[in-house]
Structure formats: structure tokens, C-alpha cells
Design a protein around this ligand. Structure first.
Ligand SMILES: *[C@@H]1O[C@H](CO)[C@@H](O)[C@H](O)[C@H]1NC(C)=O
Ligand SMILES: [Cu+2]
Length: 229
């Protein structure tokens, strides 16, 4: 009786899709005040899709959250809108893959529709059990914290959170992306140059051409190195 098991597994993996939803500024829960909320928890169809910019049909938020340069931000992912129950995995099933956070300076965080992104955080894979970024995310109730570099110039930015699930094998990546609208205050003079989305990832990148289930799989960080200021 193998068929029912296969069907169960398929259902579980569908319901395990997820979205980035909430933002914390330091210890203040901003909920979705500054979140460009995406349409639903379905992954982006391809790493070269236009949806790689800020996710699938995002709605601009009414808010722009002030964040002091050098302080902490936390992005938060869950399977269903508004369900922050830590008993439910943030991104369930076997959604193994890195968790990445990018930022980009923009003129107006509420309206920006193009940007040059630099990477501020990455939980990749160190080759051991439970060391995938998505597994670390699940262990932290969907929360990924990072520091807004102290030297970064003040002004409006988009924060782009990404979980890049690789479990479906070579050529079948499942990117989950949302953006957050922030205003960096008290910053320095750094204006790091960046990459575009779509554009930063190529289907020919080694991370995407070999299945993580292959014994010779090696984790190669997608996109640029982390810029820490
Ligand atoms: C960003 O912060 C600066 C400094 O506090 C403030 O003058 C400016 O109005 C803020 N901009 C937005 C869009 O919130
Ligand atoms: Cu999924």
C-alpha cells in the first residue's frame, strides 16, 4: 500500500508553502505595518521570474518603519497568513534551502519598483543535519534577525527576505520572497552597489544545476557575498 503514503506526502508539501509576513524593529513587533504582502503562499515559478523582485503580486504597505543604523531587524515567515503559532513549522515539510536577506536604497520605499540589492544576511548550509537556513528558521519560529549595517547611508530602503527551497531538485527551485519598507536613520555614508532581481541568479549557477539529494552536492552561495558595512 504505497500509494496513500505518496499522496499524503504530496498534500503535506503543498500545505507547507509559506510567506514572509511580519517585521520586528529591535524588540518592537511591527506585524505587517511595513510588509509588502504577497498574494498567497505559492512559491515563485522560477529564479528568473519578474516576481523575484519582491514576490508574487505584492501589495505596498501603508507604513515605512524607521530603523536606526546599527540596530537589529527581524523578518518572520509562516505557512498561513497571520498564523504565528510556533507549534506549526514556519516553512514545513522538506523545504531545505538557504535563507537570504537583501537590502536596496530607494527614493521612496512605498512606491519603488526597481532597486540595486546588496546582501545583508545568509543562512546557507554547512553540510550537517538541521543546518539548512530553512531548518534554522523553523527552529526559530520563522524568525531571522540581522543587523542593519551601521555605516549605511540614511534614507528609504527595501528589505528583501528570501527562502530558496531546493528540495524539488535541479531546475525546480521554489523561491519565497517578500519585501519590507524601511527608513534607515542615523546612518553613515556607505552606499553599497548591488545586484538586480531578477538577474542575480542564473539557471546555470551550480547551486541550481545539481540536486541537493545528489551525493556530490555542494552548497555554493547564490548571489553576492554578504556586505556587513
Ligand atoms: C526618514 O527618517 C528621517 C530622519 O528621521 C526623516 O526626516 C524622514 O522624514 C523619514 N522618511 C520617511 C519616508 O519616513
Ligand atoms: Cu513549497
Amino acid at each position: 500500500m504505497k500509494t496513500p503514503l505518496v499522496l499524503l506526502a504530496a498534500v503535506a508539501s503543498v500545505s507547507a508553502h509559506a510567506t514572509w509576513q511580519e517585521l520586528w524593529v529591535g524588540s518592537t513587533d511591527k506585524i505587517t505595518e511595513c510588509t509588502r504582502t504577497v498574494k498567497d503562499n505559492t512559491p515563485i515559478s522560477s529564479i528568473t521570474s519578474g516576481d523575484m523582485f519582491c514576490g508574487r503580486s505584492p501589495a505596498a504597505a501603508s507604513g515605512v518603519c524607521d530603523v536606526a543604523a546599527g540596530s537589529s531587524l527581524t523578518v518572520e515567515m509562516h505557512q498561513q497568513p497571520g498564523d504565528r503559532n510556533c507549534k506549526t513549522q514556519a516553512i514545513g515539510g522538506q523545504h531545505y534551502g538557504p535563507v537570504l536577506v537583501y537590502m536596496a536604497k530607494v527614493a521612496d520605499a512605498k512606491t519603488a519598483s526597481s532597486a540595486s540589492w546588496f546582501k545583508v544576511a545568509e543562512d546557507g548550509y554547512t553540510g550537517t543535519t538541521a543546518s539548512w537556513g530553512t531548518e534554522i528558521l523553523n527552529a526559530n519560529c520563522g524568525k531571522k534577525s540581522f543587523v542593519v549595517p551601521k555605516s549605511l547611508a540614511s534614507g528609504n530602503y527595501l528589505v528583501r527576505a528570501e527562502a530558496l527551497a531546493l528540495h524539488a531538485g535541479a531546475g525546480n527551485q521554489q523561491p519565497y520572497v517578500s519585501c519590507f519598507q524601511i527608513n534607515v536613520t542615523g546612518g553613515g555614508s556607505a552606499t553599497p552597489s548591488g545586484v538586480s532581481f531578477p538577474g542575480a541568479y542564473k539557471t546555470s549557477d551550480s547551486l541550481f544545476t545539481k540536486s541537493l539529494w545528489d551525493s556530490s552536492f555542494k552548497y555554493v552561495s547564490p548571489g553576492p557575498a554578504v556586505w556587513s558595512g
